[in-house]
Design a protein around this ligand. Structure first.
Ligand code: FAD
Length: 412
């Protein structure tokens, strides 16, 4: 039997939606992706930890050359994998092996510059990517789904995939009881990056490159750091591997997120100014009084223009539901705290799981809603336990040292 293509409407052009779009096109289906933002320039964070769960999903979904471009632009191999906790003088307190063990080979999955990955994922989708158009609601019947868009028009598809993030409009209609739990993690919700200039490099001990690390003291101050050192120039890699993809070079940097003392005013993103960034960076330095000079140098070197606040949150997800032509992937299904660096990895994995099941539908091996039900069961079994583990930040980052610190008032 010839492959029977489905038309899949995807709400959201984030990591999950774009990966699903590539995978579905590769399988022989057609897609339309609707993304509410006009550009990819809005603040999305910097370093993104990618492990074999996410890397394998990219390999399954992307055209072969775009996958190689992802590999070429990823971070050089770490000295160690897993999460590390250090005290304010950079002595190791605790560590924890990675949740998903690394793979051997020339390009073990490590981490990427998030915007660059999104640019790779956005490549070759011009004909099907509709920027500046949000999905508002949907109506399904026996033959398909009608999706209403923010410009007042509607589109029809065989399937609607909600890949529209933690505040998903698709999920709100499909599973209205799911609640978003808003939280913060002891003040590390402000992110920024410091380029690794010669001057900063001279102040960084080698251990800073060992892996993603949390540096803490017993007064409640915390500094999360991850270094990004690309395997090679992104512009050169793109020119050689996929010349139709324009990538700018990103210099090596340290991504950092740091405590601010209680009472520091943090304005909402829309009101954030460079003066706020300078004031908040100074407040961070106050929080790190007496810390190892390298830790202070990272914060002092933060580019003011790179700083932004991330409101953390996670879902209290639905246990199960009756499958239909409408489904959800990524943060819209299981947004989690960044504790374990697994949100994007599980989101990419969802895209690959869904592509696999919808490919089977195209081959006539399984009925559509049964296939979507199979995807949803696999997604819940994989992502929900990780979501729950990520919610216990202090127990599950770095092997519990943060719990010990929180319960011990003595100075470190
Ligand atoms: C600070 C921070 C650090 C993190 N670090 C890591 C890490 O190291 N490793 C890791 O695996 N994960 C990490 N995560 C988690 C990761 O960023 C998310 O899990 C991942 O981005 C989810 O991808 P997504 O495509 O599901 O959602 P999103 O990336 O949120 O994309 C959703 C898209 O949908 C669009 N959209 C929203 N509503 C609509 C609508 N109604 N119609 C159309 N479009 C819409 C949005 O504009 C957005 O582009 C981190 C998260 C944070 C906040």
């Amino acid at each position: 039997m010839a492959f029977q293509p489905l038309h899949v409407v995807i709400a959201g052009g984030g990591l999950a939606g774009l990966t699903a779009a590539h995978g579905l096109l590769r399988a022989g289906h057609t897609v339309d992706v609707f993304e509410r933002h006009d550009t990819v320039e809005h603040r999305q964070g910097y370093y993104l930890h990618v492990n074999p769960m996410g890397g394998d999903a990219l390999g399954r979904c992307l055209p072969e050359d775009l996958y190689r471009l992802y590999q070429a632009t990823s971070r050089v191999n770490y000295v160690r994998t897993g999460s590390i906790v250090r005290d304010s003088q950079l002595n190791e307190l605790s560590s924890q092996p990675p949740l998903i063990p690394p793979k051997d080979g020339a390009f073990p999955d490590t981490g990427v510059h998030r915007r660059q990955l999104r640019q790779i994922l956005r490549a070759r989708l011009d004909d099907v990517y509709h920027a500046g158009t949000a999905v508002v609601s949907f109506e399904q019947d026996d033959a398909g789904v009608t999706v209403t868009l923010s410009d007042g028009t509607s589109v029809r598809g065989d399937v609607l995939v909600g890949a529209d993030g933690i505040n998903s409009a698709v999920r709100r209609q499909l599973l209205p009881d799911v609640q978003v739990v808003r939280t913060g993690i002891a003040g590390i919700g402000i992110f920024g990056r410091a380029d690794i200039t010669e001057e900063l490099q001279a102040q960084l001990p080698e251990l800073i490159d060992e892996g993603v690390q949390m540096i803490v003291d017993r007064h409640g101050s915390r500094l999360l750091v991850a270094t990004y050192r690309p395997r090679r120039s992104a512009a050169e890699a793109a020119a050689e591997i996929a010349p139709d993809v324009a990538l700018e070079d990103v210099p090596p940097y340290v991504m950092a997120s740091c405590t601010v003392p209680a009472g520091t005013a943090v304005p909402p993103a829309s009101e954030w100014t460079l003066e706020d960034a300078a004031r908040i960076r100074d407040a961070m330095l106050d929080a790190l009084e007496g810390w190892h000079p390298a830790a202070r140098a990272i914060v002092a070197g933060m580019d003011l223009d790179s700083m932004f606040a991330v409101p953390f949150g996670f879902l209290d997800p639905a246990e199960s539901w009756t499958p239909s032509r409408v489904t959800i992937i990524g943060d819209s299904a299981h947004a989690m705290l960044p504790t374990l660096g697994m949100g994007a990895n599980t989101s990419l994995n969802d895209a690959a799981l869904l592509v696999d099941r919808l490919e089977a539908v195209g081959r006539g091996e399984v009925e559509l809603t049964a296939a979507i039900g199979e995807y949803e069961a696999q997604m819940r079994a994989t992502a929900y336990p990780i979501l729950r583990a990520a919610s216990h930040h202090d127990e599950n980052f770095g092997g519990g040292a943060l719990v010990d610190l929180a319960s011990d008032g003595s100075p470190a």
